[in-house]
Write a protein of this length. Structure first.
Length: 330
């Protein structure tokens, strides 16, 4: 298939592009580089620097390419920022996505994989979280993603669109080529590795009074390559499972303290930590049940241990000490 990947210069989009190419698909990589890195776009893909707000340019991409399916990763995804700037998140995660859907349908493209999030569940009532769990997001990031899921359902009923929604938990790790680098960095594992590498003085633990065994948040960490494999399986079987929602996670949670200890073990370096107040919109526990995607799509994680996940991230960081060092063009 010829697949358009939005947000292809971002963390998960870049690794998914790599995975799709390895599986024999062609990829049109679309990104406006507002947050992504041009170096993160696989050289085998055709890169289009286009914003989803620019409908005419998006339309031209579809006109110039016979696209079979779309994977939509482009989004804003910082929980704390979403609390402070909700309008920014609804514009990026809902309005821009509607632009994309309408252009797709004008060109007869009806296969769509949506990158959603476990943040749609909010504070879990039961753990692990299955797809049937009530959705009650506690921050605008999760709310904006859930709203777009509902938009997709409406498009399905009106247009016959085939779509699958992927709600994944904490993406982590690196592929052989591509790793995680955000500006600014907010994710726990790259922040810990920056401290281990001597690039940051200390790591802040946001909240030590949660109702968890050690008082820190518990999260389910899933390797970015496993997430990418799940997306590839979904697009290849979309006609059979259209309209489905799938969780992607390892099914095991680790507290912030446990992640710190594992990062110290993997790197062999002491990581200084400082306590900080809770961040707004952070649930105490998020752990996935991935039974549905395992049963229906045949997915299973290849990187099941936290040590293996952090090892790949540490290796990528050591091989790319400056990360994506080239400045963004434009």
């Amino acid at each position: 298939m010829k697949i358009l990947v939005t947000g292809a210069a971002g963390y998960i989009g870049s690794v998914c592009t790599e995975m799709l190419l390895e599986r024999g698909h062609q990829v049109i990589a679309l990104d406006d580089l507002s947050e992504g890195h041009e170096e993160a776009v696989d050289a085998r893909a055709r890169f289009c620097r286009v914003s989803l707000y620019d409908v005419d340019s998006v339309d031209e991409v579809f006109r110039a390419n016979r696209i079979d399916a779309v994977m939509h990763f482009a989004a804003r995804c910082l929980v704390e920022e979403s609390v402070r700037k909700p309008g920014k998140y609804y514009r990026a995660n809902v309005s821009a996505g509607i632009n994309l859907l309408e252009v797709m349908l004008r060109h007869g493209v009806k296969k769509f994989i949506f990158s959603s999030t476990a943040a749609t569940y909010g504070e879990p009532e039961t753990t692990p979280i299955a797809e049937e769990h009530p959705t009650a997001p506690v921050n605008p990031y999760g709310a904006s993603k859930l709203l777009f899921e509902r938009v997709l359902a409406d498009f399905l009923g009106n247009s016959g669109m085939e779509y699958i929604t992927m709600r994944y938990f904490n993406a982590a790790g690196a592929s052989r080529k591509f790793g995680e680098e955000h500006r600014p960095e907010t994710h726990i594992i790259p922040l810990l590795l920056e401290v281990a590498a001597g690039e940051r003085e200390s790591f802040q633990i946001y909240g030590t009074d949660y109702a968890t065994p050690d008082g820190t948040c518990i999260r389910d960490y899933v390797h970015v390559m496993d997430i990418s494999q799940a997306h590839a399986l979904a697009v290849e079987q979309i006609s059979q499972f259209r309209g489905r929602i799938y969780n992607i996670g390892n099914g095991r949670g680790f507290s912030v303290h446990e992640v710190v200890e594992t990062a110290q073990s993997v790197t062999g370096r002491k990581i200084n930590c400082r306590k900080a107040p809770r961040r707004a919109g952070d649930p105490a526990i998020l752990v996935a049940s991935s039974e549905r995607i395992s049963r229906e799509l045949g997915w299973s994680p290849k990187f099941s241990s936290l040590e293996a996940i952090i090892e790949t991230a540490w290796k990528w960081k050591q091989e790319h000490p400056r990360g994506y060092s080239k400045p963004r063009s434009g």
